[in-house]
Design a protein around this ligand. Structure first.
Ligand code: URA
Length: 271
């Protein structure tokens, strides 16, 4: 309930709790119980001092630069630091944000958080082949043939990877085990630990991995551990990337043969 009032701009969540405790707030004409009540903006009428509160359905889109060691989940039973801790209460602003896809704990970089279930569902659905751009620092110096294998497809246990963009950005010389190659790798799938397993498939090991792009979004100058709200143009670009708001109309999910997202369910586990 305090989340509903905060999102509607009535008060911060803490101040909303005080309002509720003072008896100013009614839900469907009734005083809510002290334990609180879940408000459904589509069904419930909420008033503060007799004045109706209009529900706000505007979604929130936050991009973070995930630090190493932070877990991509909304809630962690072992109380480890999660991607929601990175944005804190201020970043969440009363919205029920969740991560769009995931990054491993040992990967840093760009991760989108939102409460827009339809957009998140599409961005992580393999049908839309959304680009995920990484900088992988690899131990050793992959040969041109290795790089070509990364591009055309690496055989993994569950099948061969789809074509990827791969370029070498820098090589730090050294012995076979001490030289490092910095690769830019763009994949359009989201298999578990995909980049690490692709690099392993060509006989090398990832030393460090960071994501710098997701669809049309770029990490830019966002510092590690920082977050920012997306601008309207960025949200529009994301929507276009997955066929929403495209002129001529992207197909509705049902006719595209996709299940409607369950707003309560987490999005598919994709990178
Ligand atoms: N590939 C990986 O191996 N890890 C990630 O976190 C993302 C892509």
């Amino acid at each position: 309930m305090n989340r509903f009032l905060a999102r509607a701009g009535v008060a911060s969540r803490r101040a909303a709790d005080a309002l509720i405790a003072s008896g100013s707030v009614r839900v469907n004409g009734e005083l809510p119980p002290p334990s609180g009540v879940f408000v459904d903006p589509d069904k419930d009428t909420v008033t503060v001092d007799g004045r109706p509160v209009k529900a706000v359905t505007r979604h929130r889109y936050v991009v973070i630069n995930k630090p190493l060691g932070v877990i991509t989940t909304a809630r962690d039973e072992e109380a480890r630091t999660t991607v929601l801790d990175v944005v804190g209460d201020e970043g969440q602003a009363g919205h029920r944000l969740f991560p769009v896809g995931r990054l491993d704990a040992d990967t840093s970089g760009l991760l989108l958080l939102t409460d827009d279930g339809e957009l998140a569902f599409r961005l992580t659905h393999p049908r839309y082949k959304v680009a995920k751009e990484y900088i992988a620092t690899v131990i050793g110096n992959p040969t041109p043939t290795d790089l070509e294998t990364l591009r055309t497809g690496v055989k993994l246990e569950e099948g061969t990877t789809a074509p990827a963009e791969v370029e070498t950005l820098a090589v730090t010389p050294g012995s076979r085990d001490s030289s490092l190659a910095e690769l830019r790798i763009v994949i359009r799938e989201g298999r578990h630990r995909q980049v690490r397993r692709m690099v392993h498939g060509i006989g090398h090991k990832v030393h460090s991995l960071r994501r710098i792009g997701f669809g049309p979004l770029k990490i830019g100058r966002l510092k590690v551990g920082g977050w920012r709200l997306l601008g309207d143009a960025e949200v529009a670009a994301l929507r276009r990337a997955v066929g929403i708001d495209v002129k001529g109309g992207g197909p509705p999910l049902a006719t595209a043969g996709l299940a409607e997202p369950d707003p309560g369910a987490p999005p598919p586990d994709q990178k």
